[in-house]
Each structure stands twice: as C-alpha cells, then as structure tokens.
Design a protein around this ligand. Sequence first.
Ligand code: DGT
Ligand code: CA
Ligand code: CA
Ligand code: ZN
Length: 618
Amino acid sequence: MLTGFSQSFVSKQADAKFPALIVSPIHFCIHSHVYFTNMLKYEQMTNQEIVKNLREMAMLYEMEGVLFKPRAYEKAAIEVEASGEEMKDLYDKGGKDALKKIPGIGDGIAFHIESLLKKGSFAEHERLKKKIPVNISELSAIEGVGPKMIKTFYQKLKIKNISDLEKAANAGKIRKLEHFGQKSEGKILKGIEFLKKSGGRRILGHIFPEIKNIEKMIRSFPEVERAIVAGSTRRRKETIGDIDFLAISTKPERVMDRFVGLPFIEHVFSKGKTKTMVKLKNGLDADLRVVPAGSYGAALNYFTGSKDHNIKLRDLAQRKGWKLNEYGLWKGKKQIAGKSEEELYKKLGLLYIEPELRENTGEIEASRSATLPKLINYNDLKGDLQVQTDWTDGEDSIEVMTEAAEKTGLEYIAITDHTKALAMTGGSDEKKLLRQMAAIDKINKAFRARGKGFRVLKGAEVNIMKDGSLDIDDKTLTKLDVVGAAVHSHFNLTREEQTKRVIRAMENRNIDIIFHLTARVIDKRGPIELDIDEIIKTAKRTKTVLEIDAFPDRSDIKDEYIKKCVLAGVKMSIDSDAHSKAHYKFLEFGIAQARRGWAEKKNIINAWPVDKMLKMLK
Ligand code: DGT
Ligand code: CA
Ligand code: CA
Ligand code: ZN
C-alpha cells in the first residue's frame, strides 16, 4: 500500500467526483454511533494492514542482512493476502492457534499478528523501524527500488519518502552514490513518474479478497436481503478506481449505520438513506447504495456499468419510447422491468450479457444477433502451465506445488522455473534442468503408483535474450514437455527491435508459449513496444501459444489483445505464474481477463485435457 503518496491521489480523484462535498474531507468525517463504541476498544487491523506490516518486516530484515526471515515474512504476507477470511475473525474465534492453521504462519509470526490485532504494532517491527525510520511501503513501490537501496538512501542522504527521493534525484545526488550512476538515477525518476500517472487505481487481484470480505459482511447484516459488489470490480477490470456496493433492504438507515461501523472504514464522507460514501483503510473509496427489491436489477445494471454500456442501453430503450434509469425500465410512469438484470435485457430485446463484456465494444450488437461468445467458465481450467518452485525463486517445492494444484482441482501443472540468464533467481542451466526432469519423473511415478492421474509436466521459463536468442540450448529444450519463453530485460528497445526479438523466439521450434508477452507490471512499468498484429500473425504461423499471465500486477496479455487472438485463431493459455502455492488463487483473475477478451474454452489450451493439450503444442 502506498500510504501518504496515494492518499493525495485518492482525494484528488474524490474532488473530481464529488466537487461539492470534499472541501476538506476532515469536516465531513461523520463518525457514527457504532464507530464511537468501536473506539473504546482498539480497532483491529484488517488483512491488508497486516500484510503491509509483514511485508515491511520482510524488507527490514533484508536491510539488516538477516537470512531466511525476509522470505518467511513475505510468504506469510502472501498467505494472509490470499486468505478469504479476516485474521481478526479467525483470531476472535480460535486465538493464536487458529492463525497458525494458515500455511506459512508459525509460532513467531502468529505471535506478531496477535500483537498487531491487539495493539496495532509488534515490538520487533518497532525496534527495526526506529533504526531506519522511512516509509518503506511507499519507496518500495517504485520499480527497481528494493530494501538495500532504501537503506543506502536513508543512511547517505536521509531520504525518508518518495518526495525526498524525487528531490534528491532531481538534484543529481543519487548518481553520486557508490554503485549508482546517471542511468540508475534516471530510472528512479522514471519509476516515480509512472507511479504518479497510475492515479491511485488499485490492482483488482490484490484487493479482491478484502472486497469479497466486505461484501460478505454486508450480506450478513440482518436488514439486508441481498448485497453485491458492482462497478469495475464486477466487470473484473484489471484495476479499479473505487468500489461500488449495492444492497436491497427495506431498512436502509440501519444498513448504513452498520456499514459505517465496519472495521475496514477509515473515514465517512457522507451518510445518507440511499447512498453512503466512505474511504477504506486500504486507501480506496467505497460507496454503498441501498435500493428496494423492485429496482435491484436496474440498479445492479446501472452501477455495474460500464458507463458506455449504460449509455448504449439507454439509447436502445429510448428508441422504443421507454426510459431506462437505475430504478427500472419505464413506459411512461409504469415500470416494465427492473427486478432482475435478465428481465431488463430481455425486455430490451437482448440476450443476457456477462458483466466482463460490458464495455460497449460490440457486446450489445452481438447480443442482439445472438452471436455472443460462450465465455470460458471460472471452473474450466484443467492445468496451469507456468509454475515456479524453490528450485529457483518460488517459495515451495515441486511436491508442495503439485499437491496444492491437485487440491484446487487441477489435473496437471508444468514446472517452469527460470533459466540461467536470470541469475538473481538462481535460474537453471542445462544440467540443473536435467536434474529437475529426473525429479519430476519420480513424482509422476509416485502418482501413478497411487493410482492418481495427476501429471507434472517438465517445463521452463526460458529467457529471451536481447537479440531473440535463448539462454538454454535446443538439445535440452527438446526434452521438455512445455517450454515458455519470456522477456525479462532490455525493456526499452525500439518497437522494431523488440518485435523482431520476440518473433525470433517464436520461430524456435522448441518454444511452445510466450509468457507475459508485453512484460508490463501494471503498477510499476509499462509494456514493451511491440507490433501486436505482427506478433499475432507470427503466433498463428508458428503455432505459438500466447499466455494470459494471471498474476494480478501482470495480467498480460490484456483483454484487447486476447480478443485479437480469438479472432485470429491464435491459442492462449491461462497461467498463474505461481511463486507460492497460495498463488493458484490468481488463476481466477486470468480467467476473468480471458472472459473480458471474449475467449471461449476452445481458445484456451489448458482448459483441455492434458493429452489433447500436449498434442496441440509444437
Ligand atoms: P472505476 O471505479 O473507475 O474503476 O470504474 P467504474 O466503472 O466502477 O465507475 P464508477 O465507480 O465511476 O461508476 C460505477 C458505475 O456507475 C459505472 O460503471 C457506470 C455507472 N455510472 C457512473 N457514472 C455514470 C454516468 O454518468 N452515466 C451512466 N450512464 N452511468 C454512470
Ligand atoms: Ca467503481
Ligand atoms: Ca463509484
Ligand atoms: Zn520467477
């Protein structure tokens, strides 16, 4: 989380949306009844806040040069982040022992989380923070800036936050530090620029578990009949600007009282009978609207958006002489639809349109002509073709990753550890790959002995070098079941050079898939320059699969490119890019991405059984 820094974006954004309200947010901070009673007791931390503390701890230990602990804390952070349950609730129900049931949380970390829940801090964290009193979360959000650098900046230049760093870089002070130069100084400034441009939008996959938890809590209010999150979250956009909740109730005031009393809430902008606007502790704004049951479908449709989709629907209604708004579809004063979305679409002469398609990019026309795609479903994946393990920079062993995959209902995974050009990950060379293949053979044999059909495929995430060559020889690649290749460096080549580079990799007969094609990291760096149409043409010609990387800050390729692949008949895979067993949960966001790109099961090779999938590869 970017405290402070993103705060200014959020309020700027709020300014634009509710100009009359936000003169100074503080004046409009309406503390409800519930809030005051909560204040008597300590307001317990949400998962997001706990994750932030654990991540900071990992980085502080890394600054101190402590071994193992950084990784242990990062792992715990990943697990808490992915948890469908609030630590606070687990702790209330079962104490420290309940926390320890979460993988990656042992005695020590459970003790610290307990302290976070009880007092909002823990001793070790406080001690280390005193030594390096900087805003670590904020600084580490900059591309390429890690704990060691943050420590140097503080010790040499007393840099505590992004604004200090920006000033120092602009004054040419960074380049004078040992191990730094003009180039790294420029990179830092570029990273800061990128963060500023992202305008406070947040990556859906990072925030989704918390949103679902809030939705669950609203649903549990006794006066609430139904509740759902709408807006860009329901459309499953890669990033969201704010959160839009919708509920049905005949007692809206009671619902609003309860809503503003939830532990996630930082601050109440306004509280009304039908609409309440708050800022959450995670920095995002959230609205709750309460409507009567008869308007639920119309309101859900309206607040799901997108705006462009809504406008098109409204025009459609108008052309029939009707009126469409968030309360219903109206013929004069008579409501002719509005209870459900299905009814609404039907009345407008349309087939139901899935939320992921509602961007006015042709879905309304396709609905009218009954040519909507039969979207891939959230339970359609049978395999995962990009999985890292502790052979390189993953957290878990092949065995643990395999077991977890089986538990999530998959039938196969490909182990695709990094290769030697990525030295910092301990990437495999040819010899190490051969050893790993032998290890995988053993695991598969054990599965067969137990009469289980699960398959572990031998793979790699081969590095595409600057000139498009690969860092592993063809002789070794031929022995693998699935080979992915990816760009991890030289992000600034020209469009022509970059396109040529990737095409050369695709032309290699051993390369089955291009992983995260554009190499973007949504909140850190933009995509590499590519001639996408040329890439897609080459993918078709060379039978290369393009991956939809489900890791939330990648979400690469994006929906628009997926749609192009569908049209061109280029096959895709949806992979978690897991570096921990908790990361299989990200597959859901890859599927969402595929759906937003109009993809069907037949377009996605790992929605197929393993044998059919393997036959499709080069
Ligand atoms: P976000 O929050 O930027 O990630 O994107 P959305 O789509 O959630 O947008 P938001 O929160 O501003 O509004 C929620 C929905 O409300 C939006 O998807 C469609 C509807 N909406 C908002 N403003 C308008 C408008 O001016 N006209 C129409 N027809 N619908 C609107
Ligand atoms: Ca929204
Ligand atoms: Ca909104
Ligand atoms: Zn990796």
